[in-house]
Design a protein around this ligand. Structure first.
Ligand SMILES: Cc1ncc(COP(=O)(O)O)c(C=O)c1O
Length: 407
């Protein structure tokens, strides 16, 4: 009789695998956690960073998708060049030129969202322990991307005119940063825009030390009011690596964005892009190309701007009418967000659980600071909620603030 072999039970423990220590040290995104809580039924959320979903031009995108398959067939489903499909690079370059920065197709690399643009900048420049200059506060998603590469931060404070660039030269001398990261237009999280004078000074200082400026610019075209300003790229040309995206002017699910940089920097960016994901989504690149070729983008941006401007005005009105004294907030001329500052001894983080009980949500400011050292700020998104929800949500938030103001 043959013997039956039994395998001793082996327990696989993926939680105990030998993961890289620097990855284990990364924190989960606090924002994702907040968004999870904010999506509970009945909660009016000003927390997300999302564009308004009813604004997505589904019919026009559908039409473009069909046209592209008819016209480009299997090419539209194939791997494509790491730099991006030339049809799209060309129309993006033409658009950048029309908006103020003379750009050739060779200056454009198509990325998987501008989040990847940020990541590629980090890949291209950062060794563990290197410094970069950022605004204080800054975009939390960029901090997450930079943290992966063990970046250190030389933070520069902001006022109503953006980064206080007078502090930049001192920081360059002290920290020898690899680049300067800024969200110069309608910044996420504050809604603040860098003044033209500051832009010119920043370009001057950065050029003097040959340090690139990375201008992360998803919101530049979403200006409602005020004087249009030359972008850092318009002013600084080759000194600036600018990151654009279709996420906020069209739809983030397409995951298509671009880096606009000097041709001389492109071999480096192409190399790190290939390491990351070979190429951005071929089909959605074609879809956006078709959509732009059909002349739809400019009109669509106008529609978005009108919608967001109306909601922003309503939110500001409701805040002025209902918020207690001692609280201040920014009044953005574009973009998706505004920034609220509470009295210095009040914690927006501690208030958050009570806010959820009152069925209203925001993102508290702490994660936007590289050193996590701020308690009394919060970010509100005015684009995703409906008009009725904005009115009701701000009333709920105002009551919460009134009930918790320090005596
Ligand atoms: C300043 C900033 N940069 C980059 C991104 C990421 O955008 P994308 O969807 O293009 O990756 C966002 C998204 O909210 C943002 O606010």
């Amino acid at each position: 009789m043959s013997k039956v072999h039994t395998t001793p039970e082996i327990k696989i423990m993926p939680e105990k695998w030998n993961y890289a220590p620097h990855v284990l040290r990364l924190e989960n995104s606090i924002i994702r956690e907040i968004l999870k809580i904010s999506s509970k039924p009945g909660v009016i959320s000003f927390a997300g960073g999302l564009p308004a979903p009813e604004m997505f031009p589904l019919e026009d995108l559908k039409q473009s998708a069909v046209e592209m398959i008819d016209e480009f067939g299997s090419d539209s489903m194939q791997y494509s060049l790491s730099m991006g499909i030339s049809h799209l690079r060309k129309v993006v370059a033409e658009r950048e030129t029309r908006l103020g920065s003379p750009t050739k197709m060779e200056n454009i690399l198509i990325t998987t969202g501008s989040q990847q643009g940020i990541d590629l900048c980090a890949r291209a420049f950062i060794d563990p322990g290197d410094y970069i200059i950022t605004e204080y506060p800054t975009y939390v998603g960029a901090l997450q991307a930079f943290n992966f590469y063990q970046t250190r931060y030389a933070s520069v404070e902001m006022d109503e005119n953006g980064m206080i660039v007078e502090q930049v030269e001192k920081a360059i001398k002290k920290y020898k940063p690899k680049f300067i990261y800024t969200v110069s237009n309608f910044q996420n999280p504050t809604g603040i825009t860098m003044s033209e004078e500051r832009r010119r000074t920043l370009v001057e200082i950065a050029s003097k030390y040959n340090i690139p400026i990375v201008d992360d610019n998803p919101y530049g075209e979403i200006r409602f009011t005020g004087k249009a300003m030359p972008s850092l790229k318009d002013i600084g040309g080759e000194a600036v690596i600018s990151l654009g995206t279709f996420s906020k002017i069209l739809a983030p699910g397409l995951r298509i964005a671009w880096i606009n940089a000097s041709e001389k920097a492109m071999p480096i960016f192409e190399r790190v892009k290939q390491c990351a994901d070979l190429n951005a989504n071929t089909f959605t690149q074609y879809m956006i190309y078709g959509y732009m070729r059909n002349g739809k983008l400019d009109g669509h941006i106008e529609t978005i701007k009108n919608n967001y401007a109306t909601k922003k005005d309503l939110m500001l009105r409701e805040m002025a009418n209902n918020f207690p004294k001692g609280i201040s907030w920014t009044k953005p001329e574009g973009g998706l967000f505004l920034w609220v500052t509470l009295p210095s001894d009040m914690s927006a983080k501690k208030l958050f659980d009570k806010a959820i009980e009152q069925k209203v949500a925001y993102v508290y400011g702490k994660p936007f600071y590289p050193d996590g050292n701020s308690e009394n700020t919060m970010r509100l998104n005015y684009c995703t909620a409906s008009m009725e929800m904005i009115s009701e949500g701000i009333k709920r938030l105002a009551k919460l603030l009134r009930d918790n103001m320090p005596r």
